[in-house]
Design a protein around this ligand. Structure first.
Ligand code: RVP
Length: 506
């Protein structure tokens, strides 16, 4: 006979935290969001990798490339570079993160002298940058011939046909420095000459990097940043259950710090085989997460197969239509609660603590706190990060508002068939499990993450917790009725500014 679960399948929106005792030491400044990323044994001081903040970015084309990885690692989180691209391209993205020198920017908004003001405006709107180097060939490392900033043109007075070479600040008027200049020295030049940016060039006058005034200041204030033993940013990468024998070695060679099997449904032999292959070839030196699962059985299966962390969630992603298409899945809150219980039992039994990641379905910042309180150690977010400057997608103007594009890995656009692989020879997607969409553009990652985490810390203090394990232990969670959800928002008043109010959802 079929199994029926007693409890309905619930989402985060159906829960609230009931505050606990807040002592005078429970203040946001005292809260640590440090959390394990990989499994460890009872009694061991530290897992191999811990996150500075409990946030990772989704293994998706529209979310996690090298730029996102750098921005998120700076804040203490981690990105998993998407695997739905060639092994070479993915390894190159990983290598770019590992080669990145904090504060030294390789420009992605480059002009050539014969481009026009219309091109400048289009590039500015698409990428949101106001400083664009001009190189002879228009490439990121071409011969430097000038720079265009917003001070070089006036849209009200100039024709859009005007050539970049006619209004740029030309090379001979620019202050530049050699490519091996240190960040500190570059910053001194910036201050001395009151610059906003300083191009660094090689001995052939080819542009190597730009150093921005703001980056030096921000680099000084990142106490959580995720660095490896060589002080390089840490980065994760997605893998699949088909081509791991080629992909894993290339990613490891490129410097990936941790891998994650990216699949819509992880309770399968394919994940077991993939984990077994990695253990056979690399032992425990390569860290790899697996998933996704939504119940105790699935957790136990992946734990025994050797996963370093386990991801929870089927069908809850904002762009995901798996539940509609296939009728499989489970409410994200119920799944998290059950899997966390199984993880705690496994820990009791074996002494091995396997971190859990709640993946998908985070709509409000407080959903992150709920996911942690329910036993997740960190969360994976797609839509949340897709909205930022650093996501790989275009910023577009839709009816007067800036939007970023965001599409599912199971959409016809991504065609990530490996994620939905059920074995066999058939490699084509036969139906879609994701959609292509817009999400409201929200500016820089750093500012948004700061606000989100301020809310998380504040709620933790209300619950009498200054660490995530303490929150997991002390949290008191209540299911809410649909009418109390209405009570929880602004109600029975006429809002003066609806747009301001909607900012409570992220
Ligand atoms: P969200 O943060 O709600 O946007 O969800 C992101 C998650 O959705 C991903 O980490 C992944 O687990 C899932 N996903 C990605 N693509 C698709 C799809 O096309 N169905 N789903």
């Amino acid at each position: 006979m079929a199994i029926y679960f007693d409890e309905p399948s619930r989402t985060f929106n159906e829960y609230l935290l009931v505050p606990g005792y807040t002592s005078s030491k429970h203040v946001p400044e005292n809260v640590s969001l440090k959390t394990p990323l990989t499994k460890y044994r009872r009694g061991e001081e530290e897992p191999a990798i811990s996150l500075g903040i409990p946030m990772v970015s989704a293994v998706m084309q529209a979310v996690s490339d090298d730029k996102m990885a750098i921005a998120l690692a700076t804040e203490g989180g981690l990105s998993f570079i998407y695997g739905s691209q060639t092994v070479e391209d993915q390894a190159a993205m990983v290598a770019r993160v590992k080669d990145y020198k904090a504060g030294f920017v390789t420009s992605d908004a480059n002009l050539s002298p014969d481009m026009t003001l219309a091109d400048v405006v289009a590039l500015r709107d698409r990428l949101g940058h106001s400083t664009m180097p001009v190189t002879a060939d228009g490439g990121a490392h071409g011969k430097l011939v000038g720079i265009v900033t917003e001070r070089d043109y006036r849209l009200s007075r100039m024709s859009l046909d005007e050539k970049v070479s006619d209004f740029m600040t030309p090379r001979e008027k620019l202050i530049v420095a050699p490519a091996d200049t240190t960040l500190k020295a570059a910053n001194d030049i910036i201050w001395e000459h009151k610059l906003n940016s300083l191009p660094l060039v090689d001995d052939q006058d080819n542009l190597m990097y730009l150093v921005f005034r703001k980056d030096y200041a921000s680099h000084k204030s990142n106490p959580n940043e995720m660095l490896d033993v060589h002080k390089r940013y840490m980065v994760g990468a997605g893998i699949n259950t088909r081509d791991y024998a080629e992909r894993v070695p290339a990613l490891i060679e490129a410097g990936a710090d941790v891998l994650c099997i990216d699949s819509s449904e992880g309770y399968s032999d394919w994940q077991k085989f993939t984990l077994a292959w990695i253990r056979e070839n690399y032992g425990d030196t390569v860290k790899v997460g697996a998933g996704n699962v939504v119940d105790a059985e699935g957790f136990r299966f992946l734990a025994e197969a050797g996963a370093d962390f386990i991801k929870i969630g089927i069908g809850g992603g904002s762009i995901c239509i798996t539940r509609e298409q296939k009728g499989i899945g489970r409410g994200q809150a119920t799944a998290t609660i059950e899997v966390a219980k199984a993880r705690d039992e496994y820990f009791e039994e074996t002494g091995v603590y396997i971190p859990l990641c709640s993946d998908g379905g985070i709509v409000y910042d407080h959903h992150i706190t709920l996911a942690l309180a329910m036993g997740s150690d960190f969360v994976m977010l797609g839509r949340y990060f897709a909205r930022f400057d650093e996501s790989p997608t275009n910023r577009v103007n839709v009816n007067g508002s800036y939007m970023k594009e965001y599409w599912g890995e199971g959409s016809a656009r991504a065609r990530n068939w490996q994620r939905y692989d059920l074995g066999g020879d058939k490699k084509g997607m036969t139906f879609e499990e994701g959609v292509d969409s817009y999400v409201p553009y929200a500016g820089p990652l750093k500012d948004n993450v700061a606000v989100t985490l301020a809310k998380v810390k504040s709620t933790m203090c209300n619950c009498g917790a200054i660490t995530i394990p303490e929150l997991q232990q002390k949290a008191k969670l209540t299911v809410v009725s649909s009418t109390s959800i209405v009570e929880g928002g602004a109600h029975d008043v006429l809002l003066k500014d609806k747009s301001g109010y909607s900012s409570t959802s992220n």
